[in-house]
Design a protein around this ligand. Sequence first.
Ligand SMILES: [Zn+2]
Length: 259
Amino acid sequence: MNKTCAIVITMMGLAPISVAFSAPHWTHEEQAEWGAIEDTSQSAVPLMYPYAECTIGAHQSPVDLSNQSKAKTVNAPRFNYVRDATDFFNSGHAAQVNTSSDYKGGISIGADFYPLIQYHFHAPAEHVIGKTTYPGELHFVHIREDGRIAVVGVLLEEGDKPSRTVDLILRNTPTTQETHNTTSGITLNPASLLPKEWKNFYTYAGSLTTPPCSEGVSWYVLEKPLIVTPKQIHKLKSLYENNNRLPQNLNGRVVTGNH
Ligand SMILES: [Zn+2]
């Protein structure tokens, strides 16, 4: 993993990998104030306000996807996920799985390949569709070496059939914050967390939904949800509940898609 990735990942609240960088603490409860959180080790603006973009950014995520423009031809993400050893990680903000540093899986959008770096859960969902808020949302975070980011969102819907992969993640994620479990011996293919149909999606230009809320993120939220059981949602919420950022103003952005 190169330095750019390491910096981005550290900023996203994960364990520092190779760069010493300590970001100020934040919580979902205080999300309205993220932009005002001060880094007391800094004395100059803007370094004092490392999460300013959360407040002043005009292209923030998540959003309400219901104001979708007419279908148009856009490149669909093509999934090239492969099986991987697991690093189950309690990030302090979500249940997460980090991929291996030499992981070859990712998505292709047009001619561009975006490697999968990690995936994690929110409960309830962050993206809403009109008045509908799903009970959970899974984010597949892809970061290129040049720093460009594409995130695929999969909404979670309650149904009869449990997701075996969700079960494995919930059972093996440490309950202690900022703790890894790399010794389970379990391998997973993240493709097993995609809904059966994933051809239709919403897409728009947004941001990370957690501090530092960096913009320039290409979002692809799949139209079909992944079915999980109420028990699985309950278990997910016992790890983290209300770790969702509320919908942000579109500010003239267009949500589009292929359907
Ligand atoms: Zn997320």
